[in-house]
Unconditional design. Structure first.
Length: 131
């Protein structure tokens, strides 16, 4: 049985990031769009640097066409401005959605990256630091 999707937003003012902790199954990318827009809004209001999307307990099964559409709109409508989005992933990517998002983000020059460690994600959000 699939877990119901729940999420909450938390401000980490020390690191100047919005942390979104999510759990469960997300079938519709529109649902994640709402979550992301709320995080972006919080980040702009509090003058933060980025968003840490903790998806380590999330199972995604998006429709790829809808996903592409949202990423295109993100780019064309410049949702992020100077914000970065670090996606903290589960160890196993079932269905390759995460890889696809990383791929498209790179093609569209969107500041969205996938990470498996929280410390590396935060280092990138804060300092653009990558190893």
């Amino acid at each position: 049985k699939r877990m119901i999707f729940t999420q909450h937003h938390r401000l980490d003012l020390t690191n100047k990031v919005v942390i979104v902790e999510a759990v469960g199954h997300v079938e519709h990318v529109d649902k994640m769009e709402i979550v992301l827009k709320k995080a972006i809004n919080l980040a702009h209001v509090h003058n933060l640097k980025g968003i840490l999307l903790d998806l380590s307990e999330v199972e995604l099964s998006y429709d790829n066409v809808r996903l592409m559409d949202i990423l295109l709109r993100m780019r064309d409508e410049d949702w992020l401005g100077l914000l970065r989005v670090a996606r903290l992933l589960p160890k196993v990517d079932l269905g390759h959605t995460h890889a696809l998002i990383a791929d498209i983000s790179q093609k569209f020059s969107l500041p969205i990256r996938n990470f498996e460690s929280k410390s590396k994600a935060i280092a990138w959000l804060l300092y653009n630091y990558e190893r």
